[in-house]
Ligand binder design. Structure first.
Ligand code: SF4
Ligand code: SF4
Length: 367
C-alpha cells in the first residue's frame, strides 16, 4: 500500500528535520542560520551574512531543483513530504488506534503537541538547540516567537488543513504552469471508462475530489485513492483503475536536471573559491609628527585555525609600525599602520598581507 510507503518517507523526513540541528559537524550544527553570529552553518561550512551571495546561489540551486522535481514528479512533494500533510496525517495515524468515536477529537488534541514540537524545532534552526530549549520560558521574545509559530502551525494543520492545498498554496499554482501531459500524476486509467462505482476513491481523498473525471490541480498526489481502489478491486480480482502515471525519463526532464546540475556546480565553485583570510586597507589621515600617512587595515579569518601574517608596503614607501598580526579562528583584527613616503612614492600604496599559504595585495589611495 502507498500509505505505508508514505508513512516511512514521512517518518524519515520528519526525523531528519528534527535531528539536523543536533547533528554536529566540525563542532557546529549541521544546518542553522545562527542568529548570535549572523552566519549560516551548513554541514560544517560557515557563511557570514556579508557573504550571502552564497546563500543566493544556494537559493538559485533550490529553485532549479524545485523546477526539475515539479516538472518530472508533479506534486509528489505535497503528498509525501509537505509538513502540512505529514503532521496532519501522522496525527490521524496515531489517532486511528483510538476507538472510532474518539478519533476526531484525539487527532485534534494530538496535533497540539505536534505543532508545538514543530514550532520549537524551527527555533533550533536559528539558535543552538540546547540554548533555545533552555531559554524558552526565560526569554519573552523567544516565548513570543514560539507561541505565535505554534498557533499558526496548529491552525494550518488542524483547522485549515487540505483547504490550503486546494485554494492558497503557491506551489499548487506553480504546478499549473510547469506540469505537462507527461508529468507524474495520479490518474484514472483512460482506457477503462467504467469502474466499479464504489466511490471509495472519493471517500479516501483528503482534498475531496473525484480523480475519475481527470487529473486536477487540487490533487496532492498522496495516492490514498490508489490504495482505496486497490482494496475495492481486490475482491473481483481486477487491476486498480487509478495509478501513478507519467514519463520520468524524457528530454524535458534531462534539460531541467542539467539546469539543476549547473546551479549546483556554480554554488560549489563559489563555495570552494572562498578565501579563508580577507584583508582590507584604506587611508585614514595624516600622521602628524611622524611625517607620513595613517592607514586602517582589517584582517578577517574565516577558518577554524589561528592565522599569523606579516604586513608590508611596496618600496619606496616604508612601514613605521610592527607589521606582525595574529588573527584568532573566525576572528577579525583591525589596526592602523603609519606609512612614510620617500621621493617618488606613487599615488597609490601597495600593501601586502602574507602568511602561510596566502599572499593578498591591496591598493590604498595616497592623498
Ligand atoms: S485524487 Fe487521489 S492522489 Fe489526489 S489528493 Fe485525492 S486521494 Fe490523493
Ligand atoms: S475506488 Fe476504484 S473502483 Fe471504486 S469508484 Fe474509485 S476508481 Fe472506481
Amino acid at each position: 500500500m502507498w500509505k505505508n510507503r508514505r508513512r516511512i518517507v514521512a517518518l524519515l523526513g520528519g526525523a531528519a528535520v528534527l535531528l539536523l540541528p543536533f547533528l554536529r559537524i566540525r563542532g557546529r550544527s549541521a544546518a542553522r542560520f545562527d542568529l548570535p553570529t549572523l552566519s549560516l552553518h551548513f554541514f560544517g561550512a560557515v557563511v557570514p551574512i556579508d557573504e550571502f551571495y552564497l546563500v543566493l546561489l544556494g537559493a538559485l540551486f533550490l529553485v532549479a531543483l524545485t523546477l526539475w522535481v515539479t516538472v518530472v514528479f508533479g506534486r509528489l512533494w505535497c503528498g509525501w513530504l509537505c509538513p502540512q500533510t505529514v503532521i496532519r496525517e501522522t496525527g490521524e495515524w496515531i489517532a486511528s488506534a483510538l476507538p472510532a468515536r474518539y478519533r476526531r477529537g484525539g487527532k485534534t488534541l494530538l496535533l497540539l503537541p505536534f505543532s508545538a514540537l514543530v514550532s520549537l524545532s524551527l527555533l533550533w534552526y536559528f539558535l543552538p538547540p540546547a540554548e533555545a530549549t533552555r531559554d524558552l520560558f526565560r526569554s519573552p521574545v523567544l516565548l513570543g516567537f514560539f507561541l505565535s509559530q505554534w498557533g499558526v502551525i496548529y491552525i494550518m494543520v488542524a483547522i485549515v488543513g487540505p483547504r490550503f492545498c486546494k485554494t492558497a498554496c503557491p506551489y499548487a499554482m506553480l504546478q499549473n504552469v510547469l506540469s505537462d501531459r507527461e508529468t507524474l500524476a495520479v490518474a484514472y486509467d483512460p482506457a477503462r471508462p467504467e469502474c466499479l462505482r464504489c466511490d471509495g476513491c472519493i471517500r479516501a481523498c483528503p482534498v475531496g475530489i473525484d480523480i475519475r473525471v481527470g487529473v486536477q490541480r487540487e490533487c496532492i498526489a498522496c495516492a490514498s485513492c490508489i490504495d482505496a481502489c486497490r482494496e475495492a478491486t481486490a475482491g473481483p480480482g481486477i487491476a486498480p483503475f487509478i495509478a501513478y502515471r507519467g514519463t520520468v525519463l524524457r528530454g524535458k526532464a534531462y534539460l531541467f536536471a542539467g539546469g539543476c546540475l549547473a546551479a549546483a556546480l556554480v554554488l560549489l565553485a563559489a563555495a570552494w573559491s572562498r578565501p579563508d583570510v580577507r584583508f582590507a586597507v584604506q587611508w585614514e589621515g595624516k600622521a602628524g609628527e611622524r611625517r607620513g600617512n595613517v592607514y586602517r587595515y582589517s584582517v578577517r579569518n574565516d577558518s577554524d585555525q589561528p592565522v599569523a601574517l606579516a604586513l608590508s608596503v611596496e618600496r619606496p614607501a616604508r612601514l613605521l609600525d610592527d607589521p606582525e598580526v595574529a588573527v584568532p579562528p573566525r576572528g577579525r583584527v583591525t589596526g592602523t599602520l603609519t606609512v612614510q613616503g620617500r621621493n617618488g612614492t606613487p599615488e597609490e600604496i601597495l600593501f601586502t598581507a602574507e602568511g602561510r599559504g596566502f599572499r593578498i595585495v591591496r591598493k590604498a589611495a595616497f592623498p
